[in-house]
Design a protein around this ligand. Structure first.
Ligand code: GDP
Ligand code: GDP
Length: 442
């Protein structure tokens, strides 16, 4: 395995290094992993952004808690050794505090190395703090990037810049383009999952290969269609013909959890003649919680009784009444057995995958948000105004939009749904598990 590029976060205690480290990794649980050749230390982690993998190092791990205004020689040596390896250094300072003696010491140490450095002025969630950041120019490291690791403000732009500066070690950009879309086929026994899988594999002129997954005897299946590679995760139970009817429920639950986790999105296959069940709702919850994409497949359309042109609309309407968010989950009626509309599935998979990864421009989010709250302001909560001050996308895969307010507890559930609806529609996020995060404004 080629060595990954290394990004080191450096700075005095309390500037927010571990907050940024966690922001890059923590909520991106799916992309965090330990890797060979990297010390198995919690301060070294593998991160991935837009398909680029890199190692992030939080050098705060070397700093004793009582570091006040000088660096002990041994600590300095350790940090120096860590940053020797770096391809990029994120040198963090605190916008609210300004330059301290320790910042100067760190700056001196970093300047001695001939490394790429981005100066990051953290704790800049307030405009007044951002406007003070000019003083950091004197550190001789160029323009400070004002961010807030706490609220996520400008963190995505910083990550964009980070990956644009990384050397092409590790994953080559060619490999990155070719990363296959991974999906799982889930649903109750007899919904038609195996039939659908066989149809997908058989219909497209495919090259099929089985690759063992991580769980014992789970098999991932790769195929190519229209020049694009897809992986169906955990197909062992689906390809084996002699299936145990109603596999022990618990086992299949664990199984579906595992395949959700290892996929970008899932197809939930429902027998349209039976309708959606409690178990299906549980699977939908699991998928949402895992932050993954979802497409609902209403199967056995060929034998749906008393079908009229309106049947599809009717079923979909019923589902939406029970669960408003169904409105944003693509739903297809198909016949796995006869092949009706099966070709639409791959098209939908591509589109949902793109939606899960969509980076919405900062201005666009701000504009749609301003419009939404102007049209329909948040109602008062316990006699007090609930002011939502700013919205900003802080993450992709899954997309998360952070909304600032002084009173996160006061935000009304139906108002959350209103904002979700607005964002889903404005940003084309169908099938993606968009989350809103209400952050306390300081
Ligand atoms: P480290 O010692 O450099 O790793 O700093 P930490 O990440 O532990 O952060 C130190 C303190 O600053 C914690 O109380 C954080 O919650 C707080 N903090 C971190 N980032 C921000 C930020 O962007 N804004 C504000 N207001 N506080 C932050
Ligand atoms: P699984 O348990 O979800 O993998 O379901 P299977 O693919 O084994 O299908 C269960 C039964 O439903 C089999 O008898 C299939 O032939 C039948 N079946 C699957 N898809 C369709 C369909 O689109 N139309 C009809 N009429 N039968 C189907």
């Amino acid at each position: 395995m080629a060595k990954l590029p290394v990004v080191c976060i450096v700075g005095r205690p309390n500037v927010g290094k571990s907050s940024l480290f966690n922001r890059i990794l923590g909520r991106r649980a799916a992309v965090v992993s330990d890797r060979e050749g990297v010390t198995r230390d919690r301060h070294y982690q593998t991160a991935s952004y837009h398909g680029r993998e890199f190692t992030v190092v939080d050098t705060g791990g070397f700093l004793p808690d009582d570091t006040v205004d000088v660096l002990a020689a041994n600590v300095r040596d350790q940090i120096f050794a860590a940053i020797q390896e770096a391809d990029l250094i994120l040198f963090m300072v605190d916008s609210r505090v300004g330059i301290t003696k320790l910042d100067d010491q760190f700056a001196k140490m970093i300047r001695k190395l001939d490394k790429q450095v981005l100066l990051v002025a953290n704790k800049s969630e307030l405009p007044e703090d951002r406007s003070e950041s000019w003083e950091f120019f004197s550190l001789g490291m160029g323009q400070p990037r004002t961010i807030s690791a706490l609220t996520g403000y400008a963190c995505l732009s910083l990550l964009d810049e980070v990956i644009s500066l990384l050397p092409n070690k590790g994953v080559s950009s060619k490999e990155e383009e070719k990363r296959p879309i991974r999906f799982a086929i889930l649903g109750r026994p007899n919904a038609g999952k195996s039939t659908l899988l066989n149809r997908l594999l058989g219909e497209e002129r495919v090259v099929v290969s089985d690759i063992p997954g991580t769980t014992r005897d789970s098999i991932d299946c790769t195929f190519t269609a229209d020049g694009e590679k897809f992986v169906v995760t955990d197909t062992a139970g689906l390809r084996k013909k002699a299936k145990v009817d109603d596999e022990v429920e618990i086992f299949s639950n664990m199984r579906s959890q595992e395949s959700i986790r290892r996929s970008d999105l899932s197809l939930l296959v429902i027998d349209a003649t039976l309708g959606i069940s409690e178990q299906d709702f549980r699977i939908i919850q699991d998928i949402r919680q895992a932050g993954k994409g979802l497409i609902i497949i209403l199967n056995k359309w060929d034998i749906l009784p008393n079908k009229t042109e309106k049947s599809f609309d009717h079923i979909v309407k019923e589902m939406r009444e029970r669960e408003p968010q169904f409105e944003y989950i693509p739903t297809l009626s198909i016949s796995a057995k006869e092949g009706q509309r099966v070709h639409r599935i791959l098209q939908e998979i591509r589109s949902v995958y793109a939606n899960c990864r969509r980076v919405i421009g900062r201005d666009r989010v701000a504009e749609v948000f301003a419009d939404a709250i102007a049209k329909n302001p948040h109602p008062a909560h316990a006699g007090r105004l609930v002011k939502l001050t700013r919205a900003c996308q802080i993450m992709v895969e899954p997309p998360v939009i952070d909304i600032e307010t002084r009173n996160p507890e006061g935000v009304d559930e139906s108002y959350k749904r209103y904002l979700l609806k607005t964002f889903f529609e404005a940003f084309h996020l169908n099938g993606a598990p968009l989350r809103l995060n209400f952050d306390r404004k300081l």
